[in-house]
Ligand binder design. Sequence first.
Ligand SMILES: NC(=O)c1ccc[n+]([C@@H]2O[C@H](COP(=O)([O-])OP(=O)(O)OC[C@H]3O[C@@H](n4cnc5c(N)ncnc54)[C@H](OP(=O)(O)O)[C@@H]3O)[C@@H](O)[C@H]2O)c1
Length: 273
Amino acid sequence: MLVGWNPASVPNLYGKVAVITGANSGIGYETTRKLAENGAEVYMVVRNMDKGRAAVEQLRKELGPVKLHLLQADMESMSQVQSLLAELRGVRPDILLHNAGILYPGPFRLTEEGLEPTLAISYYSGVLLALGLLDQMKPRSRVIFMASAGEWPMSRLEGSFFNMRGDKFTASGARAYGQAKAFGKGSGYFGPNLLNMWHATERQPGTKQARNPFWCWRVYEETVKILSEIVGSKAMPPVPRHPDPARDAMMEKKSPPSEIDKGRAVHATATAA
Ligand SMILES: NC(=O)c1ccc[n+]([C@@H]2O[C@H](COP(=O)([O-])OP(=O)(O)OC[C@H]3O[C@@H](n4cnc5c(N)ncnc54)[C@H](OP(=O)(O)O)[C@@H]3O)[C@@H](O)[C@H]2O)c1
């Protein structure tokens, strides 16, 4: 059923180091197994150590003496991500897979740091982890965010710049999940081609936003701003200006502002009401 890539395509990974979040179950567990089976050393990040230990035990039972390490962090907490980064100091990953994610974290609430939990887990924690590991990662390393085709029907990027923290949602679930998965990825998928279906091709160019460097830059700027507010600007890298001098003109006139402006318009209407 798979056209092109399949799990047998994964090469020998001896000497490679991977960090995987949400590694104790589901896709994170299966990915850990495949990487470890092929010789990689895997740092498994879990939020529940009992579940993590059970996963490691099961993997060792199946695969023998594989190179696994267990680290604990609740990815809805940016301060726990910072502690995780401290534990990972000295580790030089070839692969970072931010897989931890959740569709429905329960009734609407905000984390102690003021983020909607779906966004905090699927998006902000992954960005903070990636930025914190950037200088340690080996040349030609890969940072992978687990996407979801669910972003396409679920996300409404109109107004997302106005709701970066997700605090304007009235419920957790599909909308927040869609936004978390859409930020900066925008349907730009890689993966096996399942029966040549339209949404499962080996490579997709991504949505209009994902192909627009100014939109991506704006998402990055806003993200770093929010993370700086939470963890302090010293912990964050400076955001370089976009190298294209036409950026500001583009930001004001072309397609991304239509989303931004719609969001502002919604905000203005809500405020007026
Ligand atoms: N399954 C699908 O059809 C599908 C489709 C598209 C995309 N995805 C994406 O693929 C990824 C994995 O999904 P899955 O289906 O394998 O789900 P899963 O079996 O529920 O695994 C999710 C993993 O994330 C962990 N996690 C959840 N909240 C966390 C938190 N606050 N801190 C740290 N870890 C946390 C979970 O830990 P616990 O075991 O402790 O809960 C679990 O290990 C997600 O990002 C999901 O959005 C899945």
